[in-house]
Design a binder for this molecule. Structure first.
Ligand code: PLP
Length: 363
């Protein structure tokens, strides 16, 4: 069997959720959209169900998957519904759709059956979707006319919460509260970055995603204590299936981008960009072989990649375990090297065995 696998540590997931909840000081939805950022939505939701206040997914099918698997906690649909039939299904399954534009609000007003509770998105500067803050009172008046509907959760989403030096987040918080100040209902502002960097963004419901999976979204000024408290959830590993020596002047792989300057011992690793490892990771990107750090060399291929074994002891060769990210190599470090974010790397993992580990949770 090809020895490439993503091991998911469900104990670490639960620890990170509890950390998020402590930071939130209120309730926290575990965001498990995109198959729990590549970690397996059903397994992650089941592991979190005893402690999570609820879950958030992007759209209906993702929520149906969770309900079918027996998840009973509240589930928010972050993109809302796309047609009236979806609204009816959302009502049947007791899902909470976000309403972020006029078409969705009309659908809600005209629906024969609708969910008991909705979330309303207020656009405070992201400028994708959401009602303007000054429209909130008018939205509230229309919601009051809809039968059997609880007061909404008013939510907003930050554009720059990952940058603790940007003034934009405080401005977004100000606009948000300005719009909804006099209206009944609860609030939801913070994503992971806001939980870590912006205590002013507290509300009734936080929406941590990447933080649950051990990713640190802050671009600068990340609190090292906090970064250390986050536990990696996915460890992506493979094995060295062959080794070879390069003589000085010999090149390695597609594009011959790596040229050996001295005799170089190369390990061939059974994982590539078709498994989700980023093709743009350059020579020098950290990897761990047998738990010891070394570097990627040459271009990442579809099914394999190559690592530098020269600095490592001789006995680390064929059969040695290679960690691409996880326990020894923070996924954020690999993402930075490849010019992307941990979210994308985690979501893209595929074609490898996924193994979930963890002790059963007993409350
Ligand atoms: C995905 C998403 C989140 C979670 O974001 P993280 O940065 O992963 O914490 C929160 N809110 C909304 C609206 C989202 O779409």
């Amino acid at each position: 069997m090809r020895p490439s696998c993503a091991t998911i540590d469900l104990d670490a997931l639960r620890a990170n959720y509890l950390l998020a909840k402590r930071l939130a000081g209120g309730r926290a939805l575990a965001v498990v959209k995109a198959d729990a950022y590549g970690h397996g939505a059903i397994a992650c939701a089941k592991a979190l169900e005893p402690l999570a206040d609820g879950f958030a997914v992007a759209f209906l099918e993702e929520a149906v998957t969770l309900r079918t698997a027996g998840i009973t906690r509240p589930i928010v649909l972050l993109e809302g519904v796309f047609d009236p039939a979806e609204l009816e299904t959302a009502a049947e399954l007791d899902l909470w759709p976000v309403v972020h534009h006029e078409t969705q609000l009309r659908m809600l007003e005209l629906a024969p059956r609708r969910p008991r509770r909705i979330w309303v998105k207020i656009n405070t500067g992201m400028n994708r979707v959401g009602f303007a803050p000054h429209e909130a009172p008018a939205v509230w008046r229309r919601l009051q006319a809809v039968p059997n509907l609880d007061p909404p959760v008013w939510m907003t989403h930050f554009a720059c919460a990952d940058d603790p030096t940007s003034s934009m987040t405080l401005e977004q918080i100000r606009r948000f509260h300005g719009g909804i100040a006099t209206l009944p209902g609860e609030t939801s502002l913070a994503n992971s970055a806001a939980l870590l960097a912006w205590p002013q963004a507290r509300g009734d419901w936080a929406r941590p995603g990447i933080l649950l999976y051990g990713g640190n979204p802050l671009v600068v000024g990340a609190d090292p204590d906090m970064a250390n408290a986050l536990r990696p959830v996915m460890t992506l590993t493979s094995k060295i299936f062959a080794t070879r020596w390069l003589a000085p002047g010999e090149t390695l792989g597609y594009g011959a981008t790596f040229v050996a300057e001295r005799p170089t011992r190369v390990g061939l690793v059974a994982i590539g960009y078709a498994d989700g490892y980023p093709r743009h990771a350059p020579t020098g990107t950290p990897v761990a072989v047998g738990g010891r750090r070394t570097r990627l060399i040459g271009r990442v291929s579809m099914d394999m990649l190559t690592v530098d074994l020269s600095p490592l002891p001789e006995d680390l060769g064929q059969g040695a375990i290679v960690e691409l990210w996880g326990e020894h190599i923070p996924v954020d470090e690999v993402a930075r090297a490849a010019g992307t974010i941990s979210y994308e790397l985690l979501c893209h993992v595929k074609r490898v065995h996924r193994i979930h580990r963890g002790t059963e949770f007993t409350p």
